[in-house]
Design a protein around this ligand. Structure first.
Ligand SMILES: Nc1ncnc2c1ncn2[C@@H]1O[C@H](COP(=O)(O)OP(=O)(O)OP(=O)(O)O)[C@@H](O)[C@H]1O
Ligand code: SF4
Ligand SMILES: [Mg+2]
Length: 401
């Protein structure tokens, strides 16, 4: 089964009726690295992604720092030129569309940036910032630009009277609302949101996420939602793609990914959920070693250097993204979780499946950056006790970002 077929099969139960709004096949970005005039090779930031996003759907993109999420998002909105692969938007191939061809597309495809401080020009008023996409695209809405901008400010929960204020007069959460209003100015069909709340206080994050959810529902917006926080992704996204070192290792419906992860890496990511009492200590997995460099990724399965189930074939054959679970999920692993051929984390009963310890996202979850070992059921600290140094646990302090 090809990866393309897998992407088609896993686009979900309603895929037969809904043509994808966004169709990505083999999307790749390699950055050349040079020292002076000498080439030092290629950073394989993104390496052959296949996925669809249907109208009004939210797809979460998760994975450790440096796995290629931002690079993917920037290629989708064409802020970066792909090295290979295709991006189709509303049936049009936009992979290498030129600036003039991109202009009408910009209306439908927008991005919200991570940092609400850096992404707003401090010398421009809020009115000018939100009006910019309308003016750049030569759009004169009914009632005029000012009226439209004030409607947008109201839509995102800001006072329309603050039209003439400057970004520094707003809090972080309010600034992100300004960025959202700007992204909505052209009534887009799809928004790429790159860590839209990670720069905000936890207390503000929920407000902004709820705003995005209301907008998504009311305006039938599709999202590619990039986030470290797996609890937020579970709350916001209908489908989830898990990335590791530039590849999608698992993709599927939210419930399947969170409750029946089939890829060992997904399982390890989810096991970093701080609520160990909900998960149970047996479910906590600590990965060995660091993420390898994307300049020289491991042969075969890229996760094999940290995988407790790796066998010889994992070093020689790259696993394809194969549909499982009735096509609702696709996993790139020779020995997926829950299959008898695989081994289990040390100390755990052989063949134990994630169902034996269902994953509950009850708090902020971040990808594992570094951990020492796979923690066994027996050796795990009792729930509520302090995890050993280097672990990813309730405190969450030894986590990426
Ligand atoms: N312009 C560039 N030149 C060379 N390498 C780059 C460039 N941009 C990104 N990279 C590399 O590509 C890889 C993917 O980076 P990217 O920013 O997409 O990761 P990410 O998943 O968004 O990480 P984070 O969670 O930290 O935001 C990283 O190894 C990064 O160092
Ligand atoms: S293919 Fe092998 S190394 Fe890769 S995740 Fe599966 S078992 Fe682990
Ligand atoms: Mg990023």
């Amino acid at each position: 089964m090809s990866a393309n077929n897998a992407a088609e099969r896993t686009s979900g139960a309603t895929a037969a009726t809904d043509e994808p709004l966004l169709r990505v096949r083999g999307l790749t970005k390699h950055f050349p690295v040079r020292t002076g005039l000498r080439s030092r090779g290629l950073v394989r930031a993104v390496d052959g992604l296949d996925f669809d996003v249907r109208p009004g759907e939210t797809l979460g993109l998760v994975g450790e720092s440096g796995c290629g999420k931002t690079t993917t998002g920037r290629m989708l909105v064409r802020l970066l030129e792909p090295s290979a692969g295709t991006i189709e938007f509303a049936g049009r191939d936009i992979t290498h569309a030129r600036r003039r061809e991109l202009r009408p597309l910009r209306q439908d495809l927008q991005i919200i940036f991570q940092d609400p401080y850096a992404s707003l020009n401090p010398r421009h008023t809020v009115g000018r910032i939100v009006a910019m996409p309308l003016q750049v695209n030569g759009i004169d809405p009914p009632g005029g630009v000012r009226k439209r901008v004030q409607e947008l400010l109201e839509l995102v929960g800001l006072n329309p009277e603050h039209y003439n204020r400057y970004p520094h007069e707003f809090s972080g959460g309010q600034r992100q609302r300004i960025g959202i209003a700007r992204a909505l100015a052209l009534r887009p069909k799809l928004i790429v949101a790159d860590e839209p709340v990670s720069a905000l206080d936890v207390s503000i994050q929920a407000q902004v996420i709820n705003l995005l959810r209301d907008l998504q529902r009311d305006l039938d917006l599709a999202f590619v939602f990039i986030a470290h926080d797996l609890a937020v992704v579970r709350h916001f996204c209908q489908r989830v793609a898990v990335m590791y070192l530039g590849r999608i290792v698992e993709i599927g419906d939210r419930t399947d990914i969170y409750e029946r992860p089939q890829h060992p890496y997904t399982r390890a990511l989810l096991s970093a959920i701080p609520d160990v009492t909900a998960l149970g200590p047996a479910g906590r997995i600590r990965l060995a070693g660091d993420v390898p460099t994307p300049l020289d990724p491991p042969s075969g399965c890229r996760f094999r250097t940290r995988c407790w189930k790796a066998q010889d074939v994992c070093a020689t054959e790259e696993p394809a993204l194969v549909p499982r679970n009735g096509g609702r999920q696709a996993t790139a692993c020779h020995f997926p979780e829950g299959e008898p051929a695989g081994t289990s984390p040390e100390g755990e009963p052989a063949g134990a499946s994630p169902e034996s310890g269902p994953v509950a996202a009850a708090g902020p979850v971040v990808p594992v950056r570094r951990a020492e070992s796979v923690e066994s059921a027996e050796s795990a600290a009792p729930a509520g006790s302090t995890p050993p140094a280097g672990s990813v646990g309730a405190s969450g302090e030894e986590v990426a970002k």
